[in-house]
Each structure stands twice: as C-alpha cells, then as structure tokens.
Design a protein around this ligand. Sequence first.
Ligand code: AMP
Ligand code: ZN
Length: 694
Amino acid sequence: MFHPEDIKRLQEQSKSLLKHADDEQFLLNEVEGLRDCIRFHEHRYYVMNDPLIADVEFDQLYKLLEKIESAHPTLIKPDSPTQRVGAGFTKQFQTAQHLVPMLSLENSYNAEDLLEWDRKARELSGLNELQYCIEPKFDGASISLVYENDQFARGATRGDGVAGEDITLNLKQIKSIPLSAAFSKYGIQQVEIRGEVLMNKKNFQQFNEGLIEQNLPPLANPRNAASGSLRIKDASIVAKRNLEAFIYHLAYVHTEGKSKEIPSHSKSLEMLWDLGFRSPVHEMQVLKGIHAVVDFCKTFEEKRDELPYEIDGLVIKVNEFSLQDKLGMTTHHPRWAIAYKFKARQATSKLLQVEFQVGRTGSVTPVAKIQPVPIGGVTVASISLHNQDFINEKDIRIGDSLLVERAGDVIPYIVKSFPELRTGEEKKITFPTACPICQTNLVKPEEEAVWRCPNDQCDAQVVERMIHFTSKDAMDIRGLGDANIRKFHELGWLKNIPSIYNLPFDAIKKMEGFGAKSITNLSEAIEKSKQQPLYRLINALGIRYVGETTAKTIAQSVEHLLDLSKMSLEQLQEMEDVGVKVAESIHQYFKKKENIETLRELESLGLQLHSIKKKSTGGRLEGKTFLFTGTLNQLKRSQAEEMVEANGGKILSGVSSKLDYLIVGEDAGSKLEKAKKIASIQILDEGGFIKMMG
Ligand code: AMP
Ligand code: ZN
C-alpha cells in the first residue's frame, strides 16, 4: 500500500504536521494528509509490526486529528482513523448474507492423504504437476469482509456458511483491518474477502490472567477468546482485546470497466497486502509438486510453537485461479484446497478422582486426576478445575469422559465433559467443608469464588509459604526446592520460615543424596539470602496482593519493615500504587501477633528488615514514575528498572494518572492501550528510554 517514496513523504509530512500542531489553518488544509499519516503509521504498527515513529508522536498526530474533527465535525469521513473506536453498542447482531458461501476445508492428516488429494487434482486438471500455495491455517474465528467503492462496508462471522452475523462495528476495532482500501486501483468496485481474527498467545495469556484474578474461569484457547470477543455487544470492550486479523482469501470480485487480472492465489495475497491488509505474504510458500509440499508441512509443524499466534495446520491451495475454477467444489468444500492438520492438542480421557490442594494463602483448588493422556508431546495426568463455578458450568462429574486440550504452551484445560456417555455410575464432585490437610472448616467470602482454609498454621499453607519464600523472585535460595522443603517439613526440621535459617546440616549430611558439596552450596545460599534487599523479603512473605512491584514501593516507603505494623489503613493507602484491597491485606498481615514474631525472629537471624533507601541524591529522575510493558530487546526488564531506581525514579505496577513514563517493548498490550488514553503519560520505546538514561 505504501511505496518507498510514499514512506519518505509520509514520514516528512508527519514531522511537518507535528511542527504545525498549533496552526489550525495549516491542519485544516492538511486534514486528509493527516489522516493518511495516521493510517500509514497504523499500518506500520499493526500490519507490518514495524513502526516508524514513537508512540507518543503517533498519539500526538491522532490527537490533532481528533481536535480538528471535533472543531469541524462536517469534515469527518467514515474512514477517518478516529471513526473506529468508541461508537456504539449493538443490541442484536443482524443477519448478513455472504455474497458467496463460506465453505469448509477438506482435512488431511498425513502424507498419504496429501498424495491422494494431489492425484485427484492432477487427474481433474489434466496436468502432471501442480503449483501449490501453502499458508498457515490460522486458528481463530473466521470472518468475511465486504468493501464497496474502496470503503469497508460490512463484516460478518461465518455463521452457517451462507449467512453470518453482522459484526461490522466490532471489526472496525481491529487496527489491522483498514477502513478503506484502494481496490479501485485494480478496477474492483465490490469485493468480499475472508480471513481469521485471532488473539496472539501473549495477549491471550494476559487475558486469562485477568480472568483468574477476577475469580472467573479462564478460557481454553485463543480461538475461544477471539470468537467470544467478536460477539461482544459493546465495541469499546472489543477495542481493548487487542485482536488481530489475517486476510487470506479473495472470495468474490465485482469489476466494472478495465480491471487488472489477478492470475493466482499468491498474487491475490500480494494484492491484499498492497492494499494494506495483513495477508500472509511473508508466511506463504509457493511450491511445485506435492512432494515439496509434504516436506514443507513436516518441517513447518516443528516450528509451530515459534509463532506468536496459534495455528492448527497448514492450508494447501492450487495456486492458479484458472485451475481452481476447473477443479470446482463439492457442496462442502473446494476441491482446489485442503487443510493439513497438525497433531491434535486435544484428547479424550476420564476423570478418575478430584483432589483438593491447599495453596499458600489457604485457597482450596480442585484438581482433576485423569487417566494420563499424551497431548502435544507431554503426558497430562492432572488439571486444575479452578473452582466450584467452573465445575458447575462444565457439568463435570467423577467418572465422566472428558475432552482435554493443551494449546501451545498454555496449561492443560478441560474443554467439556460428555454427559451423553454417562453410565449412571458417575459421582458429583463434592467440595470438602473442612481443609483436607488440617481439618479446619473452610470459609468463602461472598464476593470470592474460592474456598479458603483460614488456619495460618495449616501444614499445607506452611509448606507452600516456604516454597514461595525461597523461590527465585523472592529470597532465591537455590538448592532448597519443593521436594526438599516437603521432605524437611515431614522430618520436622522446617516448621516455619525462620526454621529455614536453622536447618540441622549434620543430620542432612547423613541423608541419601546429599553430598558434601551440595550441603555447602545449600548452606551458602541460605546464608547469602540474609543479605537480600527488603523488597525481596516483603515479596517472599507472600502477603496477599503484594507482588514484586508492590513490594518495591512498600520497601521505598518505610525505614523498617515493622513500621508497617504502626500504619493505619489510610496511611497505607497513601503509598504509591496501594489501593484499598492491598492496604487491607497488609493491615491484616501486620495485625497478627505471629507474623510480627516471625519478622522479629528473622531480624535476629540476620535478615535485612531495614530499607537501604537509595539516599535521595536528587537523582535526575527524582519524583518520576515509570512502568515497563512488553518485551525489551536490549535491556533486561530488571536491569532497566534498576537504572530507573538508581536515578531516583520509581517503578509503578499499573497504568494510572500517577504514571509519568510508560516504556514500551515489543508486543505491548493493554497497558499501552490504557496509557494512550491518559494524556499526561509519556510513552517511550526502548530506544527512547536508553537515550533518556544517557
Ligand atoms: P475447518 O473449520 O476445519 O473446516 O477449516 C476451515 C476453516 O479454516 C475456514 O473456514 C477458515 O476459517 C479457516 N482457515 C484458517 N486459515 C485459513 C487459510 N489460510 N485459508 C483458508 N482457510 C483458513
Ligand atoms: Zn488447612
């Protein structure tokens, strides 16, 4: 869509527009140019993954356009970049007839299937060898888009293939779908194109974490997240989901007068790319003969997990359109295309029993023990059932047949049970009323979905707390892993956190599997952990809602850890980033006598309870707040944070008006979106940050 000369021109135009930010007349004359610049940068960011300006600069351009359009509403055009967002709530999705039916694909699972399909295709076409275009089979929700006179006119779900639901408004929220595209350049007046909407793995993970945080059941896979998101009635929520769209098919073309001929599928993908769509031009492969295709499929499957999004196979298409026409279609699928499905990441199994595990905060999680099944290269034997709501919603009973999924690197998940396969022997899952470890009666605050064991001294909680205490991001005591902690606890050596610092090494020496070397290493690691800075200790205590970032702010705000015990709820909330929930949790923790005793004991054992505050040197970032999001390339996240702190700056844990700088790495998600809406936040990329730090 943008050619090298355009790129240069648009870059310069962007700069010039920014320079004239206060010159209303200039902007009025240039309003279409301003839109072009914004479309250009959106394309660089969302389609090419290769932005050419800083996010702050982009935001400034966008705000200029918003300002000029709100002062002169008559200038607004439907394909203005401002017209994506905000607008609207769909009461009920209308039915949308597809211009041509959306067919399914024939499936293949191995080389023989492909050879057989190729044999038939050659026979029908009368050729000895065919040229094929291969592309990923994107595992998302399929969509169909209609453009009329270069404008995005309507978008729909697949539905039953003949008609789907009109989700135009929601699709406008997806930045890789252009609101206008110059099809007329190719002599095309009306076109229907097909593609797939997906949520990438990283956004999916964040999305699920958010659900779990709210005690809502997580989703099985990014596909469900994508298709669910498309059917949300409030478009502004859809906008926040960071969906992406790949366009892979030209389904219907209406031309009038002169038009450019598009001879093949691969050329059509190139045209779509040229028009600003994210078509798989970089992912596709054009090959001659089925043997090359088979080889390609095999090697590609191994690389499946390297992609940032899920695919469930490859699609092989006869490349020449004239041959596609010759081969035609059945009522179900085209004969010129076939899906090569990768090994399933689903399997069926049986629920043998449910165990209830007690976590470090006492939360009781039901865990399904299933008949072990291999899925995607690992054997799955136990799967979290999250909470009672999840079990009810999925109607899961002991003895049930289950469909289990393990998508990519995602944790295994129970997709559904098969009530139709029940024998009558199945048993309902009953939640214990008492802790399975210490028998204390469980409690469940009304607003929560999780039952808890309220006994702090519960063995399960004690062990889990010690595991957390010694973990890598906490006190980082290497050599004292889960298994040893459990063993030493059973032997009565680890009763609580302070006992970690009083291990009987003489006795451990006599145990099997402990050589002199490993004992020295362990005792050194324990000794060294006493010097860990206060924020690590705070994180290690496992206070609910207090993670690493909050621990850092707390450590910055006190002289000594026990100062917290003297602070009121209000005082606690005055700390940066500490809201009601966090403050209450800290308050609770320090109200307990046992906790105070533990802390005193740790101090007498030599642990660091004083905050070694970086002396207020009037560092040049004094009073400034920072937050990092996405993946940094040149610096490690921890390194970058230390640079900020060393200069007197502070790290926050979330986007709020208290934030001064958001530093954005690759694949940044919701934080960036949120920050864009707060004008006072400066958004920098990694390069900008490094420059700032000198
Ligand atoms: P299935 O649902 O298994 O019959 O597979 C057909 C579906 O695969 C189509 O309806 C599309 O939604 C989806 N699909 C994903 N990627 C592609 C692709 N590159 N070409 C064609 N269809 C695709
Ligand atoms: Zn208990």
